[in-house]
Design a protein around this ligand. Structure first.
Ligand SMILES: Nc1ncnc2c1ncn2[C@@H]1O[C@H](COP(=O)(O)OP(=O)(O)OP(=O)(O)O)[C@@H](O)[C@H]1O
Ligand SMILES: [Mg+2]
Length: 365
């Protein structure tokens, strides 16, 4: 459901889109998504799940086998790519090496035809937006990776599309620059107010940038939600496991009564979890590593299990602790290193792993 505060119709409406390629590859299966005007929307999923294919369908480089796409209220099925109110930044961002930065940015305006008189001013404006004012005369070889990426962005923005489609725009950058560019992209999107649809297979990137995220697995849409909702309330095992780290447990449903679901969890025994509605059939349970705490005694008011520390991975801000019970159940707990002293004290031997029942997710599929 699109939450447009102004009640406007969605800028993008993807209705039951499927795509099969010759040779029997079904890249997309019955995808329906609505994107609100001005949204920063992310398509997230593992390699080969169909993200680029969906973006190419929006851009008009690929035709759906079934279903249709509306952009700005118009059915796009007979609209050529260059007549759509969208622009695309490609997965392997290409800037032309034989053109200067300014010529690269102007390229999109020149091939589009029309009035050429305002081009230099529009190019300068686009370069300012991506913080490259004064770089117009440089050649792409004289730029860093992040600056090259910004040239590709400026070239896409200069035409002032209603929608900007970005296919893994930051994948070529190293981790530090990538984070800086993530913030930069969010700032840029807020400045220009254009709807962004960004493809990424990086969960953290999607969580930190997007207003909403669509998770796709093998061509199927699994969940569309805000970053917080997706991380804290995933609806499927796949999403729970794909976004961040997760402890997953399988169990038999013993029934729901008085707002409590009882589950006989393999290897851990009965767990009582708060639940809002009646849940039938077998369920999976899931707990995030940072919701679990380690104790040297059994704490009250929590689900608690005795386990042995198998392995520790110190990662600076946090330490990941891997544990197992005598019945072969594994836990991964992440401990925040809130002080130097805490960081130096690593868990070992036999400890209690515990968490609030309300932090247990119930997965039904
Ligand atoms: N032109 C094509 N002909 C045949 N199969 C294709 C074609 N384009 C894509 N595919 C297949 O469709 C599926 C989806 O491909 P797509 O490029 O959309 O994945 P992706 O999610 O963008 O992956 P990545 O993260 O690796 O870029 C893959 O199995 C791919 O091999
Ligand atoms: Mg791709």
């Amino acid at each position: 459901m699109v939450r447009d505060p102004h009640g406007r119709p969605p800028i993008i409406s993807i209705n039951g889109v499927s795509k099969s390629f010759p040779g029997g590859v079904q890249a997309l299966a019955d995808i329906s998504i609505e994107v609100a005007e001005g949204e920063f929307f992310a398509l997230l999923g593992p390699s080969g799940c169909g993200k680029t294919t969906l973006l190419r369908i929006l851009a008009g480089f690929e035709t759906p086998s079934k279903g249709d796409v509306f952009i700005d209220g118009r059915n796009m099925s007979r609209v050529a790519p260059n007549h759509r109110p969208v622009n695309m930044v490609f997965q392997s961002y290409a800037v032309f090496p034989h053109m200067t930065v300014a010529e690269n940015v102007a390229y999109g305006l020149k091939v589009g035809g029309g009035d050429r008189s305002g081009i230099p001013a529009r190019v300068e404006e686009a370069l300012e937006l991506v913080r490259l004012a004064g770089y117009g005369d440089r050649s792409p070889q004289q730029l860093s990776g992040g600056q090259t990426q910004r040239v590709a962005l400026a070239r896409a923005l200069v035409k002032k599309p209603r929608v900007l489609l970005l296919d893994e725009p930051l994948s070529a950058l190293d981790a530090k620059l990538r984070e800086a560019m993530q913030l930069e992209l969010v700032r840029l999107q807020e400045t220009v107010g254009i709807t962004f649809v960004i493809v990424t297979h990086d969960q953290n990137e999607a969580l930190s940038m997007a207003d909403r995220i669509a998770v796709i697995e093998q061509g199927r849409l699994l969940q569309v939600a805000s970053p917080l909702e997706l991380y804290e309330y995933p609806t499927s095992r796949f999403v729970a496991d794909f976004i961040g780290k997760m402890n997953l447990f399988e169990g038999t449903n013993l029934g729901c009564a008085g707002g409590v679901l009882s589950v006989n969890v393999n290897g851990l025994g009965r767990m009582d979890i708060p639940c809002e509605d009646n849940i039938e059939g077998d369920v999976g349970l899931a707990v995030r590593p940072e919701k679990m705490l380690l104790y040297d005694h059994r704490p009250d008011d929590r689900l608690a299990y005795e386990a042995i520390v198998d392995k520790i991975a110190y990662q600076g801000s946090e330490t990941r602790v891997f544990l197992s019970t005598g019945d072969g159940i594994n836990f991964e707990v992440s401990v925040r290193n809130a002080s130097r002293r805490a960081a130096a004290e690593s868990a070992s031997g036999s400890v209690w792993v515990a968490w609030h029942p309300a932090d247990t997710l119930i997965l039904r599929d």
